[in-house]
Design a protein around this ligand. Structure first.
Ligand code: ZN
Ligand code: ZN
Length: 368
């Protein structure tokens, strides 16, 4: 599929509006994912100072060429300053004073105590204030290019699972299946996995974030498979639970049916303007009615984008409201220690009327 371009050039102007609302005439962006979102730069070390008319990206010598190329490709105009960490701070300070930054926001969730102390010295005379979520609030709504990248990642993940699911019938181990999935996604064009792939069979399935082991998947066991791909920096996230043959144990099939109904109720609830907590409530009430309220031990979902977990949160305590073009997961689960677990997860794009799932692998419990 051809990926539509991203609207990177509108991001800094929109951020400046948020800065004004927050009473800042400068923002020092230290979250690397926020820097990537704003500028296209994907290196592992950088800072970005944004003032009202201008911006400066600082990084080190490893990224001299890459920084110029990526900002150019994104169409973002910023001064690029290459140097050692101390030199970068000095350059940022000079730039801030020159461009009139007197009240500068720091990203409270993305700066170390040591860095803040050091900036207080370098930026003496500039008022530093804590900010939260200024860039993240922009990232909650995905442009068409971002949606295409997430959807392409989801397509790759669907195809990878279809390619390797047959291994389960052969009694492969959890780790074998995880490796095969990761490899299949790479071969199909993913930059990598969206996060560490989870394959949890039988009793391991009761641990929502189990790591794959060398344990073979036995007949009658349910297997929780939670994974995703990354395409051009954007991630997908999907969980399927499948069974090697007929499920063992008296509760297995009922667990699956309850979680399936819960997940469908959550997806059906998603629409713009709805409080995200209500999606959680829609999923949770189905599981509670089945008597497993205490076995659904995590929130219903999360936003997905450059980060695998980003705003908005989809949980009982979330204060977020869903917006059109947000991308979130719906992933209820039931976990019974010693027995096993079931989780079913889709990544969905919020549309004007409801939502559209981009993860489309079938939800059949028993492998054909
Ligand atoms: Zn997941
Ligand atoms: Zn997830």
């Amino acid at each position: 599929m051809t990926l539509r371009p991203m609207e990177a050039t509108s991001r800094l102007p929109r951020l400046r509006d948020r800065m004004t609302e927050a009473g800042c005439d400068g923002l020092l962006v230290t979250s690397l994912t926020n820097i990537r979102y704003l500028t296209g730069f994907s290196g592992s070390a950088a800072m970005l100072m944004v003032t009202h008319d201008s911006s400066m990206l600082t990084t080190d010598g490893r990224y001299r060429t890459q920084a110029t190329e990526q900002l150019g490709a994104a169409g973002v105009e910023a001064i690029i300053e290459i140097g050692l960490p101390a030199g970068q701070q000095d350059a940022l300070a000079a730039f801030t004073r020159k461009t009139g930054g007197r009240r500068v926001g720091l990203e409270a969730g993305a700066i170390t105590w040591a860095a803040q102390r050091s900036l207080e010295t370098v930026l003496a005379g500039v008022e530093l204030v804590a900010t939260a979520g200024l860039v993240e609030s922009l990232r909650r709504v995905k442009d068409e290019g971002e949606q295409d990248r997430i959807e392409a990642a989801a397509d790759i993940a669907d195809a990878a699972l279809a390619e390797v699911a047959g291994m389960i019938g052969g009694g492969c181990s959890e780790a074998d299946l995880a490796l095969a999935l990761d490899t299949a996604m790479r071969r199909r064009g993913a930059q990598g996995s969206a996060f560490e792939t989870i394959v949890a069979a039988g009793p391991n399935g009761a641990k929502p974030h189990a790591r794959p082991t060398d344990r073979p998947i036995r007949p009658g066991e349910m297997v929780v498979i939670d994974f995703g791909a990354t395409v051009d920096g954007y991630r997908s996230d999907m969980t399927r639970t499948v069974c090697r043959g007929e499920p063992d144990g008296p509760q297995a099939r009922r667990m699956y049916e309850v979680v399936l109904a819960s997940q469908a109720a959550g997806v059906a609830a998603v629409r713009p303007g709805l409080r995200a907590a209500e999606v959680d409530g829609a999923c949770r009430s189905v599981i509670s009615e089945a008597g497993w309220a205490d076995a659904f031990v995590h929130g219903t979902g999360h936003g997905v984008g450059i980060d695998i977990h980003e705003a908005p949160a989809v949980s009982a305590t979330s204060a977020d409201t869903l917006e059109e073009a947000s991308v979130v997961t719906v992933e209820p689960g039931v976990y019974l220690p010693g027995e096993g677990g079931v989780r079913i997860e889709d990544t969905v794009v919020v549309t004007a009327e409801g939502c559209r799932a981009v993860t489309r692998y079938p939800k059949d419990l028993i492998l054909a």
